[in-house]
Design a protein around this ligand. Structure first.
Ligand code: TXA
Ligand code: MG
Length: 327
């Protein structure tokens, strides 16, 4: 059930989490599907509901960095610096896990993913849960495994129907794509997933650019080749190829849906045409809503204008490549 994120409903949601139930909640990146991170049975329900393989680790959301020592065994200097610079915010740190962190959270790995979200509802929920003696919410993105992430409460309801007791509605997510993930558990920092905090911004704080992981380097589901994927076959086309492909259809184009950000809809195009913002922040904010709307048109194919180059488009390009990947 979708409920507005009033103070009363936030307390209700915290009580539900403390009682072992699942609650969906807004964050500044995407909506999360949350469970008490110290409750193995609740984590079992979380994986079952999401349809996610149990060896895939989930991120633990914390009210503030003061909780770090309860979750991480050691915090390297670079990780502390990033936490100071970007928390609360869209950054996940992978750190050696502290004793007592459940295997269900880490997928049995020796590391744990931690993030302090900035979204006020998420923060209020974490504080309300802390008042009940629970110090972390394990939350993957609130979508079924491999599907498009949710950036509104309505998207969460589309994904899960009545399978989640409570969906806190805090409005559309501000960033629209998932957090930047930086792994400090194996030595030098490695970016496992690009996000709205760019490699340049990380480098400024770290004093040197972190490495970027190749796909499949760790068990990070957001790094699978196919992910965030619409059901309709989708492909990426550079601007000129997109225009040529549309011209090549000779007017028989109603079975194609297009997501463009610089190309204007040609007069002869009769399929569904979506104009995305031409700047990266707006494009990212609307990306998953656009992919969902495109998918709902049930066209034969989705054609997406390839994004520009540039550091602020890296995360968008990453998500679009995975959304359009076909084996
Ligand atoms: O912005 C976000 O990060 C959102 C919001 C809800 O916080 N969450 C999110 O969760 O995107 P999820 O589960 O969809 O993606 C988290 C990624 C997964 O690819 C997971 O494998 C990786 O983080 N991850 C979590 N813990 C890890 C660990 N210990 N080592 C390596 N990767 C880890
Ligand atoms: Mg996800």
């Amino acid at each position: 059930m979708i409920v507005p994120a009033t103070a009363e409903n936030v307390v209700r949601a915290a009580q539900a989490l403390a009682a072992g139930e699942l609650v969906a909640f807004p964050t500044e990146t995407v909506y999360g599907l949350g469970a008490n991170a110290r409750d193995a049975a609740a984590l079992g329900r979380l994986f079952a509901t999401k349809g996610r393989p149990t060896e895939h680790p989930v991120i633990v959301h914390l009210a503030d960095a003061a909780a770090l020592p309860r979750w991480a065994k050691t915090v390297p200097a670079g990780a502390s610096a990033l936490a100071r610079a970007f928390w609360p915010g869209p950054l996940t740190l992978i750190l050696p896990r502290a004793d007592g962190v459940l295997d269900a959270v880490t997928g049995g790995q020796a590391s744990v993913g931690l993030r302090v979200p900035s979204q006020p509802v998420a923060h209020a929920l974490l504080e309300a849960l802390a008042a009940l003696g629970c110090d972390g919410i394990a939350a993957p993105s609130a979508n079924r495994f491999g599907q498009i992430s949710a950036t509104t409460a309505g998207h969460v309801a589309e994904e899960f129907g009545d399978a989640i007791a409570l969906i806190l509605d805090g409005g559309p997510s501000h960033h629209g794509i998932e957090s930047t993930i930086v792994d400090f558990s194996r030595g030098d920092p490695v970016v496992l997933r690009p996000g709205s905090i760019t490699v340049d911004e990380l480098a400024r704080v770290l004093g040197a650019p972190p490495r970027s992981a190749g796909a499949g380097a760790t068990r990070a589901s957001g790094t699978l080749a196919s992910h965030y994927a619409p059901r309709t076959p989708a492909k990426l086309l550079p601007r000129r190829e997109l225009l040529a492909a549309i011209a090549g259809l000779g007017g028989a184009n109603a079975h194609i849906s297009v997501l463009a950000h610089s190309v204007a809809q040609p007069p002869e195009f009769e399929g569904a045409w979506f104009d995305a913002p031409g700047e990266s922040a707006g494009y990212a904010q609307q990306l998953y809503a656009n992919l969902r709307a495109l998918d709902a048109r049930e066209a034969d194919e989705i054609w997406i204008e390839a994004p520009p180059d540039g550091p602020d488009w890296v995360a968008i390009g990453d998500r679009l490549r995975r959304a359009t990947h076909r084996d």
